[in-house]
Ligand binder design. Structure first.
Ligand code: BG6
Length: 493
């Protein structure tokens, strides 16, 4: 973050009564305010259907800040919430947009926000296109400052619907005004992938198929489908996690060093990786991908129901709550290196981790057999601990001439004085200063759908044998076999 810029703007949140606004957006805006990264010249307009008033919104904002563990509220909270305004809003009703425009113009006068307008769509995606269109039609983009649009996922449900949505939005906003949010790109250690790679010769020189045997990405969750049965059942793990968060991490891990750190250069390198990602035809999907759905089981000692028992509507569902896959990149640097990914709900632990396994040395001087050898590993821990672990071999005292693996670890959570901002906080700030680097460009979205679509197509043509993994396990056994047939196994660091 550039600490020196203190943006002025009116932030309009569509979906202000929703979960995302409550859990993430309000606390993030507050943190920015408290840290002085938002000037006093700001106002927030909350919109939703409910007949709330400014007062009710302000009480909710206050409560959400008190509930958020990441913030520690204090006396300027009352000042802060006084910047919030609420309007009951029907996105299909033209008069609502006129009213909104008038309110924004008033607030611009009162708060001297220099005409800067940020529209945040934190609501059901079926209205994204319509809202964008109406914002333009009713003059909400006609201002002397900047206008930007933040869009939450899902961005379509396949390439075709994503294109339609993009075309609709592009009729009202230019690509450089559109900020497609992927909150993984705001995570501290995801942003650190580039630094670890491009600031360390000991890694970057080895970062290719000559020295790396495979790369693994795990994003496992303890939680089940929660209150989101309707959304999730139409989505599934591939759309919910693989198409966006996981492929974004793949791009950052495998891209070439950009010639500089500008948005365009970084995005263009990421796009090249996604272009080189080998598409898997529907007929071959079973060789490369495994899907799963959770059965009942135990999480932290408590019995939990199966996915199909979570909600009446899910009783016969064939939606996957787990996906594991083997990805291949067809370029000079990565040919022959498998990238294994897995993600799922109701697994044994909440973790997001990347592990890079280096190739063994050609000869074995320190072990009795080759089977005992331990490879060098670099593990980037994204969640819950943010840090890195490097596994090397050394002779521990008393171990004769045998080598044993030892772990060198850096855990950012243990560094005193570091208060890692939430992903949403960083991304909101980036948007207000016009830095789109950690948002997804349309080309990335399109290429990701191109990769995921054939997998979904293959799955839609056959009925899976679900449920096939117990809650509290690490997923179906076929996901282990996917690596075993290549002579590898999942690391759990
Ligand atoms: C969201 C998905 O994008 O990411 C959720 O829709 C998922 O289903 C969440 O739980 C995981 O995010 P995090 O930050 O908890 O790893």
């Amino acid at each position: 973050m550039d600490e020196n810029i203190r943006p002025k703007s009116v932030i309009v949140i569509f979906g202000a009564t929703g979960d995302l606004a409550k859990r993430k957006l309000f606390p993030s805006i507050y943190n920015l305010y408290k840290k002085g990264k938002l000037s006093e010249n700001f106002a927030v307009v909350g919109l939703a259907r409910r007949p709330w008033t400014d007062e009710i919104l302000r009480e909710n904002v206050e409560q959400s800040i008190k509930d958020a563990k990441s913030t520690d509220e204090d006396k300027n909270l009352a000042d802060f919430v006084s910047h919030f305004y609420y309007r009951s809003f029907d996105v299909t009703n033209d008069a609502s947009y006129d009213d909104l425009n008038r309110l924004i113009i008033d607030l611009e006068g009162e708060y001297q926000t220099e005409g800067n307008r940020l529209f945040y769509l934190a609501m059901a995606p079926n209205f994204f296109g319509l809202i964008a269109k109406k914002l333009k039609e009713y003059g909400l983009k006609e201002t002397s400052g900047w206008t930007r649009l933040i869009i939450e996922k899902p961005f379509g449900v396949n390439l075709e619907t994503a294109k339609e949505l993009n075309n609709e939005i592009r009729q009202a906003f230019d690509e450089n005004q559109i900020y497609r949010i992927d909150h993984y790109l705001g995570k501290e250690m995801v942003q650190n992938i580039e630094v670890i790679r491009f600031a360390n010769g000991i890694f970057e020189h080895l970062w290719n198929n000559q020295f790396i045997s495979n790369i693994q990405i795990t994003a496992s969750e303890l939680l089940g489908v929660e209150e989101r049965a309707r959304y999730y059942d139409e989505s599934g793990a591939a759309r919910d996690m693989l198409q966006n968060h996981i492929l974004q991490m793949v791009a950052l891990l495998l891209m070439e060093p950009p010639i500089n750190l500008t948005t365009d250069e970084i995005r263009s390198e990421k796009i090249k990786v996604l272009r080189a990602l080998r598409k898997i035809g529907p007929e071959k999907v079973d060789n490369y991908f495994v899907r799963g759905q959770y059965d009942s089981g135990e999480i932290n000692g408590e019995a939990v129901p199966s996915y199909r028992e979570e909600d009446e509507a899910l009783a016969e569902s064939s939606t996957e709550t787990y996906v594991a896959g083997k990805l291949t990149i067809d370029n000079y640097r990565w040919a022959g290196v498998p990238i294994y990914v897995r993600t799922g709900k109701r697994l044994a632990e909440k973790t997001v981790n990347i592990t890079v396994q280096f190739k063994d040395l050609p000869m074995n001087l320190y072990y009795k057999s080759d089977n005992e050898r331990h490879p060098n590993l670099l593990s980037i821990n994204i969640q819950p601990d943010a840090g890195i672990t490097l596994v090397i071999n050394a002779n521990k005292s008393g171990a004769g001439s045998l080598a044993e693996p030892i772990e060198l670890s850096y855990n950012q959570n243990e560094v005193p004085g570091i208060n890692t901002p939430e992903a949403y906080e960083k991304l909101l700030y980036d948007c207000t200063i016009g830095d789109a680097t950690n948002f997804t460009h349309w080309d990335e979205v399109a290429l990701s759908w191109e990769f995921v679509d054939p997998i979904l197509e293959a799955w839609s043509n056959s009925k899976p044998n679900f449920p096939n993994y117990k809650s509290g396990s690490m997923g179906p056994k076929e996901a282990d076999e996917l690596l075993e047939k290549d002579g590898f196994h999942w690391w759990d660091l």
